[in-house]
Design a protein around this ligand. Sequence first.
Ligand code: R5P
Length: 298
Amino acid sequence: MQALYGFPESEGAARRLADRLGIPFRPVGLHRFPDGESLVRIDPPAGSAVLYRSLDRPNGKLVELLLAASALRDGGCRDLTLVAPYLAYMRQDAAFHPGEAVSQKVIGRLIAGAVDRVVTVNPHLHRTAGIAAVFPGIAAVAIDAAPAIAERLSTEAAMRDAVVIGPDEESRPWAEALARPLGLAVVTARKTRRGDRDVRVDLPEGSHLAGRPVLLLDDVASTGETLAACARAAKAAGAARVEAYVVHALYGHEVGRRLAAAGIERLRSSDSIPHPSNDLELAGLMASALARTGGSPR
Ligand code: R5P
């Protein structure tokens, strides 16, 4: 038997992936006790399973995920794939100050001990060579959403003559991968983060934004400060209109209001995390990745 198991907060996206894979969707049964603990129930467990959960706001979700994986194993699951469109704790890949935990290593090992395979989307890896290095001993695939975003934008008149702005040097290959098929210019900004909510962005000389539409592109929007600083810089340089596209929308209402106030007229995202800005379904890309990696349930 085969099935895809999903959690309540992302049931829609999990069902879409189950449909693509042609297997049944089964909700993970969750009970939250008054003391904050979770009871997880998998009924019935499949011999070959996909467990779907995006790990934004990860602390409670990770524990429930591990409990679900354990229940599946106890029920006889021999082949278990985790689809986590957003992977948490990837940024802390080193101890930046004495005494800090290397979260990426801890979480990677924890997940690698629970499942056979991981599929994710544009994980935030800075210094780590690739996603395989995060999950020792198991298969891991990172899907790149840039070509799908490019295709989504390719028919939009508002994008003609747009300038794609990546907020920092790390975003350059990604911004170029999106801009190239659309024939758009790319500008790479210089970002300085002085604190969680204190970001400065400088555009290079000769960015030529005056009178042109701008598309800000980033993997993650969390506090929104990066996009807001980019938008203000683009507006100050004369951009006619500012839009943004991110893969993972981690922010709430208040940040959304601040982004609008900074001049972003439209902000869209993939459905890696359920969010009002969702514009791009990832189920097709994930189903193909699962087929390539042998993760489609048999
Ligand atoms: C940083 O390197 C990332 O690519 C994003 O720019 C960053 O995570 C966005 O965070 P925030 O919305 O909090 O500025």
